[in-house]
Design a protein around this ligand. Sequence first.
Ligand code: SAM
Ligand code: DTB
Ligand code: SF4
Length: 308
Amino acid sequence: MNLKEIEEIYNLPFLELVHKAQIVHLENFNQNEVQASTLINIKSGGCVEDCSYCSQSVKNNSKIKIHKLMSTEEVYNLAVEAQKNGASRVCLGAAWREIRDNSDFDTILDMVRSIKSLKMEVCSTLGFVTEEQAMRLSGAGLDYYNHNIETSKENYSNIVTTHTFQDRLDTLEIARKAGMKLCSGGIIGMGESVEDRLSMILSLASMNPPPNSIPVNALIPMQGTPMEEETSTTVWDLVRTIATMRIVIPKSSVRLSAGRERLSKEGQALCFMAGANSVFLGEKLLTTLNQTIAEDKDMFEILGLRMK
Ligand code: SAM
Ligand code: DTB
Ligand code: SF4
């Protein structure tokens, strides 16, 4: 697959694109099933990186609740609650540049083991990892490592200057080698061009194999960040991006991630028709609100969607 071919898919007439994506979706998945993960921001704010979309960077002036690492007990209780609501996976997020070998890391290994005891899957997104740290996470039972490529390699330095696109790819390879499944995707609506979106899709599709799980985040313009006034994305861009991913990367889960709370049920239904088959479930993402569980239950019932 090359950029030109992906471009032709992305630019198909809208209904034809969604139809093609649906055919591919049906060949690979049950269209009535969605997988639900719950997010827990186990360590909030104070990150030294300068990602310009992120409310948790010290370089930005977002008014968010900052807290140190939660306890295993708090995380376990949240996981139990999420399981009751239908989540099959817990994703632990920490606003860190990288993992350090200290007692916090030991606590995280504990959290992973305690969530595994509930027979749930566990994912974590903790920044950069060394090979040894990745082996320890994998050994504790961590199923997925999330590390998004965010945008195209060409656009990356416009969004983040404190690390590179290649750093992200290297971390993903470390996680893969340690035996974890990869979760990696990006954000749309940061002012990127369509070419940037296509290039990001090509980078994901070119990984060998592509990530098992691909989150598509619609930018939430956070107060206090350089992107607070960015409103360039529309539901149409989101659906086109999802449908193109579904066609180009047929076997991966595509997660309709951040930005869902601003979409109508009709908008979300279009995303599911285009091949999205996973969501974050729960009132909160990391520092922002998500759809409520009541709204989600209502939507799943309307659409006849079952949680896996
Ligand atoms: N520090 C780790 C890292 O950067 O990999 C993990 C935490 S980071 C907050 C997790 C992901 O959330 C980012 O990779 C990004 O894709 C997404 N994200 C953060 N802020 C966002 C925003 N304002 N809108 C949409 N997605 C966002
Ligand atoms: C991902 O791709 N999106 C999630 C998860 N992986 C960690 C995070 C979304 C964060 C949205 C902004 C916030 O709540 O701060
Ligand atoms: Fe936010 Fe992660 Fe970037 Fe830190 S590394 S500023 S937590 S996106």
